[in-house]
Design a protein around this ligand. Structure first.
Ligand code: NBP
Length: 485
């Protein structure tokens, strides 16, 4: 009997996915460029299920049932192409190559089109949940052809996380749709972490609440509509004491956030598909600024930090209970900003669906993120409800009744927090830009009218009028009369 699936690339993610497949009763053929990794996996976990050891890709392909399914889990970029190039001549029409790494969706689209010509299915699959998710049940976002999902879907659904008995895995759309959805997931993840970071910073800088005490605050918040995996683990990180110094661990960690690229891709794609993902982009920039440590040091010497920050929330609010009020305000600002980041994420999915011809179902996408992945949150149930009624999809998530209500509820607090941050010089880029996004969407008039006038002045870019159809230009350098063009 041949193996049900082959996995090539047995670093942490591939090894854990292979184990997950085997634990779920699938016969899994294993391959890794460096054979020692294959042996290490079999030696340590061989008893978990049925594994077939192979040393070459030819052997891997040889060991599989037809249609063959080969899952690639190697480093994104060149290595994926290298493996595909070696695999392709070994496969037959109808076989399926699956790329479950964090590939850029445009590369997935290119690879899919290329392999389709050769009669092969290429399925780009977004996998979220890190190492632990890969082993015990990740959130899985497959793209590729619907036909390939017939063969692959049941396997993926079996190893995926489940939420109320429903698998967090469903076909999301053709070619690169799976990797696109995963990319947007990561963009939202960047924003989720940044809003949590800003809440922590404001509580610390303006209300003097120490990390251990904040751990309790976040634990409490995890019982509110903010309930989510990231809020839960924030309390664990904040209460951790450094073994070496006895200080809160968060105080000895270098304040420069790393990034592997998916957040940046999300921001770039937002620009490309014409979706204003300001909150997500701002989160990416916040990480970039954090990493400019030398520039930050020089700037700090010129404009010392903390000079205007050493104020208590009492000064800002002027009441005795102000610290508690301030914390509640921050919770609301966090929630409202989080809603904006999800609204932007779904807005860009809608725009990308139109751009790339994917029939993305927003309700399904929200359902996939409810378990197994990093952004799992109670909020996703509310988002699903917003997309529940067919034909009544809100133009923007903020316009779904439950969100409209929540935003109105949070708004005064949100404004107070952004004002406090600006007044006392604590950076809160995402709280502020989310609020600006909301205010921009609801403004009666935007200064874009003036922008259009300026563009017409220096570049004859023309403008439209509010009172009649047509395109107009004012002869700025001549007699300043208007012409219709
Ligand atoms: P890595 O991204 O560290 O890649 C290591 C694997 O790639 C090894 O198996 C290595 O083989 C193989 N490889 C490389 Br490098 N170049 C190769 C080549 N030219 N030909 C064949 N194999 C090659 O592994 P990972 O951290 O397990 O991640 C795998 C994928 O999953 C990535 O796309 C990653 O972004 C994505 N992902 C990771 C996480 C996470 O939490 N780590 C979460 C979600 C998605 P070797 O052993 O011979 O060097």
């Amino acid at each position: 009997m041949g193996a049900d699936i082959g996995v090539t690339g047995l670093a942490v993610m591939g090894a854990n996915l292979a184990r997950n497949l085997a634990r779920n009763g699938f016969r899994v053929a294993l391959h890794n460029r460096t054979v020692a990794k294959t042996d290490a996996l079999i030696n340590s976990y061989g008893s978990e299920g049925e594994f077939v050891r192979t040393e070459t890709l030819a052997e891997l392909v040889e060991s599989l049932e037809r249609p063959r399914r080969v899952l690639i889990m190697v480093k994104a970029g060149g290595p994926v192409d290298a493996v595909i190039d070696e695999l392709t001549p070994l496969l037959d029409a109808g076989d399926i190559i699956i790329d479950a790494g964090n590939s850029f969706y445009e590369e997935t689209r290119r690879r899919e089109a290329d392999l389709r010509q050769k009669g092969l299915h290429f399925v780009g699959v977004g996998v979220s949940g890190g190492e632990e998710g890969a082993l015990n049940g990740p959130s899985i976002m497959p793209g590729g052809s619907q036909e390939s999902y017939q063969s692959l879907g049941p396997m993926l659904e079996k190893i995926a996380a489940s939420y109320n008995g429903e698998p967090c895995c469903a076909w999301v759309g053709t070619d690169g749709a799976g990797h696109y959805v995963k990319m947007v997931h990561n963009g939202i993840e960047y924003a989720d972490m940044q809003v949590i970071g800003e809440a922590y910073d404001l509580m610390r800088s303006l209300a003097g609440i120490e990390p251990a005490q904040q751990a309790k605050v976040f634990r409490e918040w995890n019982t509110t509509d903010l309930a989510s995996y990231l809020i839960e683990i924030t309390s664990e990180v904040l209460e951790q004491e450094d073994e070496l110094t006895g200080r809160p661990l968060v105080d000895v960690i270098v304040d420069a956030a790393g990034q592997k690229g998916t957040g940046r891709w999300t921001a770039i794609s937002g620009l490309e598909v014409g979706s204003a993902v300001t909150t997500i982009a701002e989160s990416v920039f916040a990480r970039s600024i954090s990493s400019q440590r030398e520039l930050r040091k020089i700037t700090r010497d010129v404009f010392p930090a903390g000079v205007n920050q050493a104020v208590s929330a009492q000064e800002f609010y002027g009441t005795k209970e102000s610290q508690q009020d301030f914390v509640e305000d921050i919770r609301k600002a966090l929630y409202a900003s989080k809603l904006v980041s999800y609204a932007q994420g779904f807005d860009m999915l809608t725009a990308a669906g139109a751009e790339y011809g994917w029939s993305l179902d927003m309700r399904t996408i929200a359902s996939l993120w409810r378990a197994g992945c990093i952004i799992r949150a109670d909020l996703l149930d509310t988002i699903m409800r917003a997309y529940e009624t067919e034909g009544e999809t809100p133009a923007n998530l903020l316009l779904a009744p439950e969100f409209t209500e929540a935003i109105s509820e949070c708004l005064p607090a949100w404004r107070r927090v952004v004002a406090a941050a600006a007044t006392y010089g604590v950076p809160a880029p995402v709280f502020s830009s989310s609020l600006a996004y909301y205010d921009s969407l609801r403004a009666d008039r935007l200064p874009a009218a003036l922008t259009q006038g300026l563009r017409d002045y220096f570049g004859a870019h023309t403008y439209q009028r509010i009172d009649k159809p047509g395109t107009f230009h004012t002869r700025w350098s001549e007699d300043r009369t208007e012409t219709e063009v």
